[in-house]
Design a protein around this ligand. Structure first.
Ligand code: G
Ligand code: G
Ligand code: MN
Ligand code: NA
Length: 253
């Protein structure tokens, strides 16, 4: 349809943008990472949410080509920040078809070579449900990505069907606790129990834990007290355009 053809013809242009949201160290509150999030500008110049755009890109298969463009853009920005001596890690979301039905390992490998970015600082966020959709393929792809030196994060953890014990067989370095569990902390007893056990098991498996959707000081303090290493959420900063992000968070390193 109309939207799909607009999405197709605008691949490789400024209409595909990355917004940036800071991740901060739980103890110092210094910026320690950034998540890049897709925004798309429609014909009227309105910014559209990835929640509306990604499903169309996925369904049409355009996600492969658009994803290649975004991975290149991400690696270019990471390289730029690395040249300016910023040390933080850079996360990009990878969707189902991108992981399972594309040459993701070659695409990422090419972007690393083309831009010269340090892959150790590159993180790919993959949801639990994507891994569970095709365990064998996912494991294969993730091992290929790990061999490039990139880090793998499990996004929205706790909402799918997998267990951490199961995921321990995968090359996963970072676990992002879904914001559903963070939402009514520290009031909700069940969520206290759930987040505590996620953190304990993740640490036993040598994973770094990031809490998503941190919006209040009370959440932040509880999560720090149970050993979460990094926070992401409106309390620390919303996703924002590049210029704003650099202005707000990047003073001389
Ligand atoms: O930025 P926002 O919170 O509106 O993002 C909504 C959802 O869209 C999140 O679940 C996020 O993971 C997903 N998303 C954002 N950017 C990208 C992207 O570049 N690729 C993929 N596959 N998903 C994205
Ligand atoms: O699923 P993923 O982690 O990629 O989702 C990122 C999405 O979460 C973005 O669309 C972003 O706008 C949203 N987000 C980021 N921080 C917060 C927060 O503190 N509260 C809420 N409700 N959403 C957030
Ligand atoms: Mn994410
Ligand atoms: Na998430």
């Amino acid at each position: 349809i109309q939207l799909e053809s607009e999405l197709r013809k605008s691949i490789g242009t400024q209409r595909y943008q990355l917004y940036y949201q800071p991740k901060v160290n739980a103890i110092t509150h210094d910026i320690c990472g950034v998540e890049a999030l897709l925004r798309w500008e429609d014909e009227d110049g309105q910014i559209q949410s990835p929640l509306d755009i990604i499903p169309i890109l996925e369904h049409s298969g355009l996600i492969i080509e658009a994803g290649e463009y975004l991975i290149q853009q991400a690696c270019r920005q990471l390289k730029k920040w690395q040249q300016e001596n910023y040390q933080f890690h850079f996360a990009l979301n990878i969707s189902a078809r991108q992981l399972l039905n594309s040459n993701i390992v070659e695409t990422v490998s090419k972007a690393i070579v083309d831009t010269g970015c340090d892959p150790q600082c590159l993180e790919l966020e993959i949801t639990e449900s994507v891994i569970m959709a095709d365990v064998k393929t996912a494991l294969n792809k993730l091992m290929g990505l790990e061999a490039l030196g990139v880090k793998i994060a499990i996004d929205d953890f706790g909402t799918g069907y997998s267990s951490l014990a199961y995921l321990s067989r995968f090359p996963v370095h970072i676990l992002k606790v879904d914001r559903e569990f963070v939402k009514d902390l520290p009031k909700n007893k069940d969520n206290i129990t759930i987040t505590r056990s996620i953190v304990e098991l993740a640490h036993n498996l040598n994973m770094v834990v990031v809490a998503e959707g941190v919006e209040t000081e009370a959440q932040e303090q509880f999560l720090a007290s149970i050993g979460v290493e990094e926070f992401q959420g409106f309390y620390f900063g919303a996703p924002m355009p590049l210029e704003e992000f650099e202005q707000q968070y990047l003073t001389a390193p």
